[in-house]
Design a protein around this ligand. Structure first.
Ligand code: F6R
Length: 589
């Protein structure tokens, strides 16, 4: 999703901004641009395409000046065209603005401004520099203009702005879209993502909704009324080398390989916090888990664990639908929100409404200090370092680990649970070495298939759905994951000769029934890929997974499915790290 960066410092801005944009590339984007201030003018270049290409064509890193802003755009309003790329400008090209989010009332503002302002793009963003222009022309400083402008905007925004009349200054403001400020001797940053400037500093402070920051050689925080705020800077403990590929061709493979380590890191939680949260879950009248995408599949596994180990039923509601259940969310509700980024707009919106109804919020988050973490009474961090591949892999494993830890604690078995989880890690490592070559062969063999089905029962149903999601998002192949028993209620009509059906069937109480469902597909000509610790003659291909206790199966069955999606993407010449149309952090609704 879009990424913004603002910089003021001693060094030349452009190379630093370009590097920051490179660090933001993983979020997904379709165009890029930067603007700097120097020699009494705004220097700016922007275009569609990959950053390297835009840099090469427009020599982005040679723009002069030590103050500037940059943006990678993921189109929402207006097509992917050079003119719609950010930054956007006022009429005189003295003010430049980059923006993440959506200005909901931009049409109304544009109609009002159009009679004396020249609009050149189709974006919602362009109203912002023109509004700033009005206030700056009336004598306001850039920060005063930003404060006045933001009062007129409806929707979500993280804005960074520079103005010729205020050289050496970047002003940024946020509502419902993240902004983090970084400070280093002589270099100040503001960005939507700490990874943008992590090589330069890990000392950060977060802006809350309605707050503004003024970067010069100093950093000043303002509230919505322009009053100065004191904010503490803290250190993020992510390391920059965690955000490099370290010899792997793609981040996704590196991150899959990091899974055993990620599980170990996630399992090491503060015991007291775990206990408090487990008690909170057990005592709440109703517990709702909410999340999107892969995080929601983790929640579905969690629901099963809470019931199985903790004897507590809870519901899982897709975050984008959560608001429609607000009538039954009250102070007796505990909401557990799961989000790798902690910035997913649907999750934040659902949690906001639940909080307004008096619900208690717990969250499971990877990004320290993210919006969701700051909105929660209690937070468990995944502690697995940054995940750069758009497809969630190691963070899914970490989310599962936290859910296991909570469920075992609910059952008063925290230490036994921890020991058992740690025991699984070497088995996952073995699973990589044993299966990688085989799965690559399978990906080659199924290269011509454009429909995949994944079936499972019980705790593995969510894994079938997750396997299908991974396949869809990075290979662009239609895939569906479902409870095996559901097949014959409709989907079976789609099974044809050679259709790949992935059957996740550990040798447990679901085995016989799942195999029976697999037979139903085989009878229609399906190509069966078994994921199990046991071979079965009906499998056309068999991926052997280690034998583990039934409740731990998701931790071993998901690994080959991640690898199958990865190798299928590579076999089809797709970039698994940057799937088309998708973004890492989905900050719009
Ligand atoms: C799939 C994937 C997405 C995310 C979803 C939620 O691989 O990455 O489905 O899981 O967008 O993101 P977070 O966890 O950041 O809220």
């Amino acid at each position: 999703m879009c990424g913004v960066i603002g910089y003021v410092g001693d060094a030349e801005a452009a190379p630093i901004i370009v590097k920051a944009l490179r660090n933001l590339e993983y979020r997904g984007y379709d165009s890029a641009g930067i603007a700097t201030l120097a020699f009494g003018r705004v220097w700016a270049e922007k275009d569609i395409g990959k950053l390297d290409q835009v840099c090469q064509t427009h020599q982005l890193d040679s723009l002069p000046g030590s103050t500037g802003i940059g943006h990678v755009r993921w189109a929402t309003h207006g097509e992917v065209t050079p003119v719609n790329a950010h930054p956007h400008f006022d009429c005189k090209r003295e003010i430049a603005v980059a923006h993440n989010g959506i200005i909901e009332n931009y049409q109304e503002l544009r109609t009002r401004l159009e009679h004396n302002h020249l609009f050149v793009s189709q974006t919602d963003t362009e109203v912002i520099p023109h509004l700033l222009e009005e206030f700056v022309d009336a004598g306001a400083s850039l920060e005063e203009a930003v404060l006045k402008t933001t009062k007129l905007l409806r929707g979500s925004y993280a804005i960074v702005a520079v103005s010729l009349k205020d050289p050496g200054k970047v002003v940024a403001s946020r509502k419902d879209s993240p902004l983090v400020v970084g400070r280093n001797d002589g270099k100040n940053f503001v960005s939507s993502d700490v990874l943008a400037f992590l090589e330069q500093t890990n000392r950060v402070a977060y802006l809350e909704d309605g707050e503004t920051v003024v970067l010069t050689k100093d950093i000043v925080f303002l509230d919505a009324e322009g009053r100065q705020l004191q904010k503490e800077f803290r250190e993020v403990d992510w390391k920059c080398d965690e955000a490099t590929r370290q010899g792997y061709e793609f981040f996704m493979m590196k991150e899959i390989m990091e899974e055993p380590h990620a599980i170990r890191c996630a399992a090491m939680q503060d015991k007291r916090l775990l206990l408090e949260m487990a008690i909170g879950i057990l005592r709440s009248r109703q517990v709702v888990l909410t999340a999107c995408g892969t995080s929601r599949y983790a929640a579905l596994v969690g629901r099963y664990l809470f019931s199985r180990l903790g004897g507590k039923f809870c519901d899982v509601i897709m975050a984008s639908e959560f608001q429609y259940f607000s009538d039954s969310i009250d102070r007796n509700t505990l909401v557990i929100a799961i989000s790798q980024s902690g910035e997913t707009a649907d999750v934040i919106e659902g949690v906001k409404r639940a909080r307004a109804n008096g619900a208690t919020i717990y969250s499971l988050v990877n990004t320290v200090g993210s919006t969701l973490a700051r909105m929660s009474e209690r937070v468990l961090y995944l502690n697995c370092g940054p995940e750069i591949g758009v497809a969630a892999t190691k963070t899914f494993m970490s989310q599962l680990t936290l859910l296991y830890m909570l469920a075992f604690t609910m059952a008063n078995q925290m230490d036994e649970g921890l020991a058992k989880i740690l025991d699984i890690c070497p088995k996952i490592e073995k699973c990589f070495s044993k299966n990688s070559k085989k799965i690559w062969g399978l990906a080659q063999r199924t290269k011509g298939s454009n429909d995949f089905y994944y079936i499972a029962r019980g705790i593995n149903f969510a894994i079938a759905a997750e396997g299908a999601l991974k396949m869809k998002e990075i290979s662009y192949v239609h895939a569906e994951g479902m409870p095996a028993g559901e097949l014959k209620h409709g989907t079976l009509a789609l099974i044809d000769k050679g259709t790949p059906v992935v059957v996740i069937c550990p040798k447990d109480y679901t085995y016989e029934e799942t195999i029976a469902n697999a037979h139903e597909t085989k009878a229609r000509g399906a190509f069966l890929i078994g994921v199990s610790e046991a071979a079965n003659p009906i499998f056309d291909d068999w991926i052997e997974v280690p034998s583990v206790e039934e409740i731990f199966q998701p931790l071993v069955t998901v690994v080959p499915l991640q690898l199958l999606a990865y190798y299928s993407a590579v076999a089809r010449d797709r970039d698994p790290d940057k799937p088309r149309n998708l973004a890492k952090s989905v900050t719009v609704k």
